[in-house]
Write a protein that binds this ligand. Structure first.
Ligand code: FES
Length: 170
């Protein structure tokens, strides 16, 4: 089955770990010597914890000889980094131009309204976090999204609802 054909399949949500200072320190140290280490560190922390824990900011600042404000600025600048633990599943809806042109914005607005969340928010039952993303390389088959990293293409309200409801049951 191709990735696009698997859009109704149940997917695994993001890994979410409890804060562990020793583990965070280890992750930071493992990447600190790299060129432009801040982004690899932030990605690695998010991979481990599901988000970038606030407690890690001072550690990163110390390791990279940056101010906490600089670290905070990097995290805020990039849409990729979460500031809080996500729900069991993460839906990332493309908000770039080609998808907007085929109705992605209104489709996303209706989904957010139905779920009672705003961008970056998590449903009250903790089952789904909805995030914006900007071009998934699926411009010819928009509206496009990723559900737990699996591409969803040629979406409409019904397909998006079906995919998200199926994921939320798990
Ligand atoms: S604009 Fe949505 S995938 Fe490229």
């Amino acid at each position: 089955m191709t990735a696009l054909a698997s859009q109704s399949a149940t997917t695994d949500g993001p890994k979410v770990g409890h804060w562990d200072a020793a583990l965070a320190r280890e992750i930071i140290a493992a990447h600190a010597g790299m060129e432009g280490a801040a982004l690899p560190i932030l990605h690695a922390l998010q991979e481990e914890f599901g988000y970038v824990p606030k407690q890690s900011e001072a550690m990163i600042a110390d390791a990279l000889n940056l101010s906490r404000a600089e670290v905070h600025g990097i995290i805020s600048f990039y849409h990729d980094f979460r500031r809080a633990a996500p729900g069991r599943h993460v839906l990332q809806v493309c908000r770039a131009e080609a998808c907007q042109a085929v109705g992605a914005a209104t489709m996303a607005d209706r989904l957010l309204e139905r779920l009672g969340v705003s961008w970056g928010g998590t449903t009250g039952d903790g089952s789904l976090t909805v995030e914006p993303t900007f071009c998934l390389g699926l411009c010819a088959c928009g509206p496009a999204a990723l559900l737990d990293g699996e591409p969803l293409a040629r979406l409409d309200d019904a397909k998006l609802l079906e995919a998200t409801e199926e994921a939320r049951r798990t």
